[in-house]
Design a protein around this ligand. Structure first.
Ligand code: SF4
Ligand code: SF4
Length: 390
């Protein structure tokens, strides 16, 4: 109740409303738990507006575990919410690989044929209520199926598995392909088990703890028994959630974010990135800063590229507003927070922005496009892969 976390909370900073602060939300959860408050629409709204960015947790001197507290509260509230009132479309898509692959192919075809641009010109996304999705959807590479194993190049140093996730696999195969290429070049064989699924973060944070646990178990079964040195994730949102799987931790499966894994292994001495004389700003996703606590990892990795001018995007400690499905469910607050990132990009004037989380990258890219800013946005791994002759 000290209030030291308040200046670090994005929703409090934008509203100056105590009920939109970590301390206010903890009081609401306490009131609910003690039966002193009703779970009415107003109270649910204050809890629902939390981004789960965990900036409050990172600065709390008393070590209050805000993330699990909020997940628990949402889980409890979901128990007495009629199923018809629960939002599930994104969570459903996240676990439906067939539909993801079909939708990705349709998106790629629509782009390639010019239908997407035509539809946009005719105002179809707005008419169909899909404007938000259309703004966020990136131009994607032709989707491909995954082979079960990608062998190491040169001297083999070990085996890892790649966690491909749901929306990364659907909208960001470029980063996943670059991760495989880099890992292979560093001497690691890469398993991509077909039975893996969504990490369950969306489910966990929307109150479906049982669904999240089932997905954790499915992933554990997919990775177990492969003799792995690590399970590698490329999206810090997934990586942060995977790290907190008790099931996987207790099974002794080391979960690693691609940035920190590539920083810690020994690279073949022949693998030297070409110089790049450009200004690159680093966006630090909340999951990388506050959950994985590895905000330094992309800087250390990109320092391998000679002559790069590497800067932190101003205001990195504040969430960009993407926050999983938040950018869809809470467009007003998500866009207000994103505007701060767009202003920061204008201030820093980088030629490239790197982000290690696909959700943040899509959200910020859409904001930059809308503001008319010309900027390349990619994962640090993709920038590094581009500077290597592989
Ligand atoms: S998790 Fe983020 S949005 Fe939620 S209360 Fe904490 S600082 Fe505020
Ligand atoms: S969560 Fe921590 S920092 Fe925030 S009010 Fe409570 S004790 Fe203070």
């Amino acid at each position: 109740m000290c209030g030291l976390c308040l200046p670090h909370c994005p929703t409090y900073n934008k509203t100056r409303n105590e009920a939109e602060s970590p301390r206010g939300r903890i009081s609401l959860i306490l009131g609910l738990a003690q039966g002193e408050l009703e779970a009415d629409t107003k109270l649910r709204g204050h809890l629902d507006n939390c981004l789960l960015c965990r900036a409050c947790e990172a600065v709390c001197p008393s070590g209050v575990a805000f993330g699990p507290l909020m997940d628990g509260a949402r889980n409890a509230l979901a128990q007495d919410t009629p199923q018809t009132e629960q939002r599930i479309p994104l969570e459903t898509l996240a676990t439906d690989k067939k539909r993801q692959r079909r939708d990705a192919r349709l998106l790629w075809l629509a782009d390639k044929s010019g239908l997407r641009a035509l539809g946009r010109g005719l105002g179809l996304p707005r008419a169909l209520g899909l404007e938000r999705f259309e703004q966020l959807a990136p131009k994607i590479r032709r989707p491909h199926d995954w082979r079960p194993y990608y062998p190491a190049k040169g001297e083999r140093r070990g085996d890892v598995a790649l966690f491909i996730g749901c929306f990364s696999d659907m909208l960001d195969q470029v980063t996943l392909d670059d991760a495989v290429t880099l890992l292979n070049a560093c001497g690691y064989g890469v398993h991509v088990p077909a039975s893996q699924t969504c990490c369950g973060a969306l489910h966990q944070h929307s109150g479906d703890g049982d669904g999240a646990r089932q997905l954790a178990q499915q992933n554990l079964d997919a990775f177990r028994g492969l003799g792995l040195d690590a399970v590698i994730s490329t999206a810090t949102g997934c990586g942060g959630h995977l790290k907190e799987y008790e099931e996987i931790a207790s099974a002794g499966l080391p979960l690693r974010d691609i940035n920190s894994f590539l920083n810690q292994i020994e690279w073949p001495h022949t693998l030297r990135p070409r110089a790049l004389k450009q200004k690159v700003a680093v966006h630090e996703p909340c999951s990388q800063r506050n959950v994985l606590k590895q905000a330094d990892a992309p800087y250390a990795l990109l320092k391998r590229i000679p002559q790069l001018e590497l800067v932190a995007l101003p205001g990195n400690s504040q969430c960009c507003g993407a926050a999983g499905s938040y950018m869809i469910d809470h467009p007003d607050m998500a866009d207000r927070l994103r505007q701060d990132k767009v202003d920061a990009i204008r201030q820093a004037q980088p030629e490239i922005l790197v982000s290690s989380n696909i959700g943040c990258a899509l959200h910020i890219a859409a904001g930059a496009r809308a503001a008319g800013i010309r900027l390349e946005l990619l994962h640090p791994v993709s920038l590094l892969a581009r500077q290597l002759t592989l």
